[in-house]
Design a protein. Structure first.
Length: 205
């Protein structure tokens, strides 16, 4: 592939310019031709898909096709060119890796309960356990237990851990029926025991 005709650097696209030079050119064009750009934005917002003939609005338009046809075309392209598809995905991932990490960290901070429920579902899949629960099931358990530890009845406030009464490695379910909210000392002391075994240990202590 020929080098960029503007800066002389390597380019990944079939255009004459590399991606950075193309973006700079587009910015300069918009600044130099504001009236033309406004006219372009306010022109007809209905488009006919050349693949299926569907007349769609601008919000359903995706790079020359309607969104369903664009999705179908992308799936076909990925199936025909798996190696190129993987390389493209990898290149895009590395290009935006910092932004992705920041977005993921922010989502975890804002959705802590949902994230922990997903982690427990992942552990259940590793142990081939059945059942699934959501963060709403955990909130129901907190209300059902009146905000107290299932084992020692200490106040949990907002600091608690979700325990599987029958551990996952013993083929316990990941459904709400097998869950209990416990304080950190009780959950750490219970370890690999079942709830019945841990209750017996507490009574003998």
């Amino acid at each position: 592939m020929k080098p960029c005709s503007r800066c002389g650097g390597s380019k990944e696209t079939a255009h004459s310019y590399c991606r950075a030079c193309m973006q700079a050119y587009n910015r300069q064009y918009r600044i130099a031709n504001p009236d033309l750009f406004e006219t372009y934005k306010t022109r007809s917002t209905s488009f006919t898909c050349p693949r299926c003939g569907f007349l769609c609005e601008a919000q359903l338009w995706a790079r020359g096709y309607c969104r369903p046809c664009r999705a179908s075309w992308t799936r076909e392209w990925r199936r025909k060119k798996p190696e190129l598809s993987r390389n493209t995905d990898r290149r895009n991932y590395l290009r935006h890796i910092e932004a992705r990490r920041q977005a993921a960290s922010e989502w975890v901070r804002n959705n802590r309960d949902r994230h922990l429920a997903s982690c427990r579902a992942y552990e259940a899949r590793k142990h081939a356990s059945t059942g699934r629960h959501t963060e709403r099931d955990v909130l129901r358990l907190f209300w059902f237990q009146s905000g107290k530890c299932y084992y020692c009845h200490a106040d949990l406030v907002d600091r608690f851990q979700v325990d599987h009464m029958v551990p996952l490695f013993l083929k316990g379910s990941n459904s709400p029926e097998n869950l209990a909210l416990a304080c950190q000392p009780c959950n750490s002391s219970k370890r690999h025991r079942t709830a019945e075994e841990f209750f017996s240990l507490l009574e003998s202590a």
